[in-house]
Design a protein around this ligand. Structure first.
Ligand SMILES: Cc1cc2nc3c(=O)[nH]c(=O)nc-3n(C[C@H](O)[C@H](O)[C@H](O)COP(=O)(O)OP(=O)(O)OC[C@H]3O[C@@H](n4cnc5c(N)ncnc54)[C@H](O)[C@@H]3O)c2cc1C
Length: 634
């Protein structure tokens, strides 16, 4: 039985981040109300395939370290990630894997019984732990079991099929704080308020605003958009990851995980454009393994942005795609079928089911698609104890790391500031949090950042809730009633406007109602808008059109060396307007979310800098000018 004035935390989202946060808060003795649009076990995290990164003993013996993981993560993200949280995350990663193992995650094992590792993009070291090719499902189910344990003890209260509509805030100025949410029961359409002393948003990414992506159809970004409209800052909104290897489909694009390349998959096209022979009858010498030729060190495992750009270049600029179309081969046929089944069974089944061919015997046809949302709700943190006083040299594999892996080096453990948005008491964990991945997320780092947010920063939430001088129970009921009315009015306006052609046009032109105010179950989400939006294909082609001189330097030896050059190049190439609009592969027009689209569009600041912080958020700009923990420079 919950006492009337018991302090409570509301967690919105039951993916890895939300479940981990709920478990952590419950463990710390704080009651949790967990909301999810869908059953938590169907959260998008269940789709994750390839694995989760962490240094371990075997990797360490080969010269890898937590610090190397930290360095790679910052490097992959073009130094736009927050360094302190990344340091804490990579230092904490081995313990997270140990914990997940103890919870029963069936990680693949070597013959000696150790956890097996595979290669993933952006690293020359095997440091990715995996459960076949269904890692996300195994992790999610393990956390779900733990959440159920607390549920049975009355510490977690689940609200599945409830949609978050708006954060409730009380107080003004410095006193403004989040004291609950408004949510809607998607079965009865009832809208009501919930009190909470803190609210954790763990609502995932926004791939759906691009139409087809590898994301689940509930990944609309609607919840983040509503927080933004309620005053939360948004950071790095234009940083959207396009994954190089997916199967385009009529409904969505299905991922062929990077693990396929990690296990030895090779990307190629026929050397002769328009070659109509079946792939298996094209001799080795007549195949162009373009990634291996251009990036000999990393080969097929260059970071995702680079692989995507190269596939684009081959198909769009050089017109060398399979049958002249937008497809290249991802080939596993040179490998032992039994080995493939053991390591990649999950994704091979997906390909066979949706494309009709068995990838063990026929090369897969793949193309890039929108995949991950690096940007998200802007968050802050309390820095840990690592503050190098003197510059040190660039770190190389095998070197002794300049910082040990003790907890609290990157971020202060248990501090309530960790991953709090600019609205007091409102937190953002997981993919909806902008902090960890900068301009590009390295493969297998997302499952880590989601779980880390929940387990490490969840303690800060519990401390915030336990130590706050006043609780949500002291906020007058009228405050909640006002927000319920606000949302009820919106729902009423939406319902009464249905079916009118005039309103159809209005919605199409401003895009807001369709994209941001979605109501009802996923199948009933809004009609497509009329105004065209940037699609994956045009967007990425635009972004990567001009490969400038810094590329030679960046890609020397397959490794990118010139960090600032890469960022500059990215900024120069980021599209300023809407590019052309032909839709390849019979793609449908995407649904639009005007607010998020605005956030994803770069803006030029008065000083000429290109940025994206529509609200002038101090995120990226000030952080890039801040301390560089890698080099010990301030
Ligand atoms: C196909 C695919 C494969 C991937 N493979 C990997 C991999 O191998 N390794 C890796 O590291 N990463 C991978 N990723 C990325 C990773 O899966 C995600 O970043 C991660 O799972 C996101 O977890 P999350 O907890 O932040 O959000 P999600 O798992 O997306 O959960 C979001 C939750 O929020 C709820 N929600 C959303 N909006 C609302 C609302 N308005 N009201 C109420 N509830 C709401 C949903 O119901 C859900 O419970 C992959 C991604 C894709 C698309």
């Amino acid at each position: 039985m919950v006492a009337q004035n018991e302090r409570r935390v509301i967690v919105v989202g039951g993916g890895l981040a939300g479940l981990a946060a709920s478990i952590r808060a419950a463990e710390a003795g704080v009651a949790v109300d967990l909301f999810s649009m869908i059953p938590v076990k169907r959260s998008h995290s269940v789709c994750a395939q390839g694995g989760i990164n962490a240094c371990n003993e075997v990797a360490r013996q080969q010269g890898y370290s937590e610090y190397q993981h930290f360095d790679e993560t910052l490097y992959g993200g073009d130094f736009l990630a927050d360094q302190n949280p990344v340091l804490e995350m990579t230092n904490g990663a081995p313990q997270i894997i140990d914990l997940l193992d103890r919870m029963g995650v069936p990680f693949n094992r070597t013959g000696e019984g150790r956890r097996d590792l595979r290669l993933f993009g952006g690293s020359l070291f095997k440091r990715t732990h995996f459960s076949g090719a269904t890692t996300g499902q195994q992790l999610l189910y393990a956390l779900d079991e733990q959440a159920r344990r607390y549920e049975s003890e009355g510490k977690i209260n689940k609200y599945e099929f409830w949609e978050f509509l708006w954060p409730v805030t009380g107080g003004e100025g410095d006193d403004k704080r989040c004291v609950g949410i408004i949510a809607q029961d998607m079965r009865t359409m009832q809208i009501r308020a919930f009190r909470g002393d803190a609210v954790v948003m763990a609502t995932g990414g926004n791939g759906l605003i691009f139409g087809q992506s590898t994301n689940s159809v509930i990944c609309t970004g609607g919840a983040a958009s509503r927080c933004y409209q309620a005053g939360a800052r948004y950071g790095n909104g234009e940083m959207i990851q396009v994954h190089p290897t997916t199967i385009p489909g009529a409904d969505k694009c299905r991922l062929m995980s990077e693990s396929a390349r990690g296990e030895g998959g090779r990307v190629w096209v026929p050397r002769k454009p328009g070659d109509e022979r079946a792939p298996m009858s094209i001799p080795e010498a007549e195949r162009l393994y373009f990634l291996e030729e251009k990036y000999p060190a990393y080969g097929n495992l260059v970071p995702r942005d680079i692989a995507t750009r190269e596939i684009f270049d081959i198909c769009v600029n050089q017109n060398m795609g399979i049958d002249g179309g937008n497809m290249v081969y991802l080939d596993l046929t040179h490998m032992d079928p039994d080995y493939l089944t053991r390591k990649l069974g999950g994704i091979l089944d997906i390909y066979e089911k949706f494309a009709g061919d068995d990838p063990r015997h026929t090369p897969m046809k793949i193309f890039p698609a929108v995949h991950y949302t690096m940007g998200g709700l802007w968050t802050t943190y309390k820095a840990g104890s690592y503050s190098p006083s003197a510059p040190h040299h660039e770190h190389k594999p095998g070197m002794v790391a300049p910082v040990d892996t003790e907890i609290g080096k990157g971020m202060a453990h248990g501090d309530p500031a960790n991953m709090m948005t600019n609205i007091k008491g409102l937190y953002a964990f997981g993919e909806v949090n902008f902090a960890y991945h900068g301009a590009t997320r390295l493969g297998a780092n997302a499952l880590l950042s989601c779980t880390f947010d929940g387990l490490f920063c969840g303690l800060g939430v519990a401390n915030y809730v336990s130590n706050a001088s006043t609780g949500a129970s002291e906020v007058p009921q009228s405050v909640y009633d006002r927000f319920v009315k606000q949302e009820q009015d919106k729902a009423d306006a939406l319902i009464s406007s249905a079916g009118s052609p005039a309103n159809d046009d209005a919605r199409g032109n401003d895009g807001r109602v369709h994209g941001c105010q979605n109501r009802g179950p996923p199948g009933s989400l809004h009609r497509q808008t009329r105004r065209s939006a940037r699609t994956l294909h045009e967007g990425a082609a635009e972004r990567y059109r001009d490969v400038d001189e810094s590329d030679a330097e960046l890609h020397a030896g397959g490794r990118r060396h010139a960090h600032p050059g890469r960022s500059d190049r990215h900024r120069r190439q980021t599209p300023q307007g809407e590019p052309g609009l032909a839709l390849p592969h019979g793609l449908q027009r995407p649904r639009r979310c005007q607010f998020l689209e605005d956030l994803c569009r770069p803006v030029q600041h008065a000083d000429g800098r290109i940025g994206n912080h529509v609200r002038g958020c101090p995120g990226r700009a000030s952080r890039t000018a801040g301390p560089d923990l890698r080099l010990g420079r301030h």
